[in-house]
Design a protein around this ligand. Structure first.
Ligand SMILES: [Zn+2]
Length: 224
C-alpha cells in the first residue's frame, strides 16, 4: 500500500473513532527556586537551586552568611495524627509522615542525593532511605496493615459471639429480655417491635416471638 493510501486509511479510521474528552493536563510542577548565600568559611557567594517540590522558605539562609552544610531542602506531606497515650492520657501525635530530603553538603555522601525519612511517631524516624529502602518500609507496614485487617475481622466475630451470650436486660417493671443480635432470625421475625428504656437507662429495641419470649437488641453499629 502506498504511503498516501495508508494515511487515508488511518484518517478514515480516526474519523470513525469518537473523540475522547481530553484528559485534564496535570499542573506542571513549579520550577525549583534558585537563590544564593554567602559561604561563611570562604566568603564566596554560592548559587543554589532547591530540590524540586522543596517547601522550606529558606528566608533565614537567602543572602546570609551561613555554613554550606546547614543548607537542605525537603518536601513534607500534610501531617497525619492519631491520639497516642504516652502519659496516662491520649494526645495527638504525628504518625507515618514521610518526607523527601536532600542535604547537598552533608558529610554523609548518601544524603547528597534526595532520600526519604519516615517519622513513625513524633520524633522517631527511619532515616536515609533510598527508593529500595523506602519500598522495604512500605512493604513492611503494608503487611502489618493486612494483619490489622485480619484482627479487625476477628474483633467483629469475637464481639458478636460475646454479645450473643445469654445476656439479659431488665425493665423497671421487672420484665427480662434476652439480648440477641440485631440481624438474628428472632429479631427479624419479632412482633410488637418498639424502643424501650431499661431500668439502667439504656435504650433497646424489643420484640416478642410469642408467649414468654421477649427479646432485646441494639441496632447494627449502635450501643451494645
Ligand atoms: Zn529548598
Amino acid at each position: 500500500m502506498a504511503q498516501s493510501a495508508i494515511s487515508q486509511h488511518v484518517a478514515a479510521l480516526m474519523g470513525a473513532i469518537p473523540s475522547q474528552p481530553a484528559a485534564p493536563t496535570p499542573a506542571a510542577p513549579e520550577p525549583p527556586r534558585s537563590w544564593s548565600f554567602i559561604d561563611r568559611r570562604t566568603g564566596e557567594t554560592v548559587q543554589y537551586t532547591c530540590m524540586q517540590g522543596c517547601d522550606i522558605d529558606h528566608s533565614r539562609e537567602i543572602g546570609r552568611r551561613i555554613f554550606r552544610e546547614d543548607v537542605w531542602c525537603w518536601t513534607k506531606p500534610e501531617p497525619l495524627t492519631l491520639p497516642v497515650n504516652t502519659n496516662g492520657y491520649p494526645e495527638e501525635f504525628r504518625v507515618l509522615d514521610t518526607l523527601i530530603k536532600v542535604e547537598p553538603w552533608s558529610e554523609k555522601v548518601a544524603e547528597r542525593l534526595p532520600f526519604a525519612v519516615v517519622e513513625l511517631v513524633d520524633d522517631h524516624f527511619v532515616e536515609g532511605l533510598d527508593p529500595d529502602g523506602l519500598e522495604t518500609v512500605i512493604n513492611t507496614l503494608s503487611a502489618r496493615v493486612e494483619e490489622m485487617r485480619a484482627t479487625h475481622r476477628r474483633l467483629l466475630a469475637v464481639r458478636e459471639e460475646y454479645m450473643r451470650r445469654g445476656r439479659t436486660v431488665r425493665h423497671a417493671n421487672g420484665l427480662e429480655f434476652t439480648v440477641i443480635p440485631a440481624d438474628s432470625y428472632d429479631a427479624r421475625m419479632a412482633r410488637d417491635v418498639r424502643e424501650l428504656t431499661m431500668e439502667d437507662g439504656s435504650v433497646w429495641t424489643v420484640g416478642t416471638r410469642g408467649a414468654g419470649s421477649t427479646f432485646a437488641w441494639q441496632p447494627k453499629g449502635g450501643r451494645a
